[in-house]
Design a protein around this ligand. Structure first.
Ligand code: IMP
Length: 432
């Protein structure tokens, strides 16, 4: 068999574009599904056969028995959450074979003090809070970059873990007490906790990158599952209102442990309107009854934290930039059904900043704060879309809207989602 190239699936907005549903769908044709960054700040809501599953860590391919789900070296993993998720999946008859879940020994571990720091720091920031998920993501990535983190493989190495923990806690406890006014952590308590994780997690730990490379070399179809979205990327997003990892397709290579040439195809997911959770700029936000309606009709509440999502019109400036940065060659457009009954529908095609029109997003916080959306208006439709089987079944104005989106962002549509169910999807081409 000849070597295959992987397909990456990434979010093109601020996360919550519907990646979970699309990855679950594409996983049917894949052999291996790999998450390459982030942790349980992500939340995927999957609806299969009317049954709802929320996944935070395990790749969204897990609902297909026999597919290998990989948590890659670029992730940060909270062992408690992972165990809870494995238990819940197994209770539903899924994940029967440990070979179907592989966890990188290089992934970093989120420990209780990471979560305490995340929450305390957000409290201290008050109005300037980022609105993190409070899951310890930022502090765990900070430790990784500061070279004081603990890796998943070290959980299984007594002396190594004890040593690393003791060293880390000296700094952490000082920081927690002196700066954040929080209680310190005892190494013995964390050590005891880690003992309880070991047996449960031992069957899954592996050199994940090597397994992904081997799968590709054996001609297997590999799907790289992005979390969050392009504008939460730590380098390319609306900094500092971002997450602590890279969300662009380029990071899939390092985060999965494969060379860049091994990525052959990039699918960008975009909601047909825009949402964002947490703080930070959002030029097309609708802070009014229309926004409330999108939130209600689209069930726009965080899958991880339950927080109401901020809602607004589709922003072509943002998605165009994501396409350019991630080399998106096919778009999956989601939740078109939610726009039924909105008339007119607006699309932001440029920003006006200090009286100047620009079609690229600003690079600075200051620029973002002053960006005013320039809108085009399109007529809406009133028909429900959930049962359409092909584009021909859609009302003419819905097709016109899709054509307009595709033209404004400059990438072809390969998938259209018109409801939460697997079957409420129109496929327009192969993605591998
Ligand atoms: P953190 O990743 O928990 O540090 O949160 C940083 C920012 O990213 C906050 O605005 C979060 O709401 C946002 N965020 C993190 N993960 C996701 C996600 O999966 N979907 C949407 N927003 C997210």
């Amino acid at each position: 068999m000849s070597s295959m190239r992987a397909t990456a699936v990434i979010g093109t907005q601020w996360g919550d574009e519907g990646k979970g549903k699309i990855v679950d769908l594409l996983a049917a044709d894949a052999d291996m599904i790999v998450r390459f960054h982030g942790g349980n700040n992500a939340g995927h809501t999957l609806v299969v056969g009317g049954e709802k599953t929320i996944l935070n860590l395990v790749p969204a391919g897990v609902l297909h028995p026999g597919k290998v789900c990989v948590m890659g070296p670029g992730m940060v993993v909270d062992p408690e959450v992972l165990i809870r998720e494995i238990d819940a999946l197994q209770a539903r008859g899924l994940l029967r074979d440990p070979a179907w879940l592989r966890v990188s020994e290089q992934a970093h571990v989120i420990l209780p003090y990471h979560k305490a720091i995340d929450k305390a720091r957000e409290r201290m920031r008050e109005a300037g809070a980022i609105g993190t998920t409070g899951r310890g993501i930022g502090p765990a990535y900070e430790d990784k970059m500061a070279r004081t983190g603990i890796r998943f493989g070290e959980l299984f190495d007594d002396a190594g873990f004890r040593d690393a923990l003791a060293r880390s806690l000296v700094e952490k406890n000082e920081y927690l007490q002196a700066l954040l006014g929080e209680a310190p952590f005892a190494a013995e308590d964390i050590w005891a906790l880690a003992q309880t994780w070991r047996e449960k997690l031992a069957p899954y730990v592996t050199d994940a990158g090597a397994e992904v490379r081997a799968a590709l070399a054996a001609g297997k179809r590999v799907l790289l599952e992005g979390a969050q979205g392009m504008f939460l990327d730590v380098d390319h997003g609306t900094y500092p209102y971002v997450t602590s990892s890279n969300c662009v397709s380029g990071s899939a290579s390092a985060g999965a442990g494969i060379p860049p040439q091994a990525i052959g195809h990039v699918i960008g997911i975009a909601k047909t309107y825009t949402t964002r959770v947490g703080g930070g700029p959002f030029p097309t936000e609708l802070d009014d009854a229309l926004g409330a309606r999108l939130r209600a009709d689209g069930d726009e509440y965080g899958a991880t934290t339950g927080r109401p999502r901020r809602c607004g019109w589709f922003d072509a400036v943002v998605v165009r930039q994501a396409i350019a940065l991630s080399g998106v060659d096919g778009l999956a457009l989601t939740k078109l059904d939610v726009l039924t009954g909105m008339d007119p529908i607006r699309v932001c095609t440029a920003y006006e900043i200090d009286g100047k029109r620009q079609t690229k997003p600003p690079a600075t916080q200051h620029g973002w704060a002053r960006a005013k959306p320039v809108y085009e208006e399109l007529p809406g439709w009133t028909e429900a879309l959930g049962s359409a089987k092909s584009l021909d079944d859609l009302p003419v104005n819905a097709r016109r809207y899709l054509d307009f989106l595709v033209k404004s962002v400059g990438a072809p549509m390969v998938i259209l989602s018109i409801g939460a169910g697997r079957e409420q999807t129109i496929r327009l081409g192969d993605v591998f």
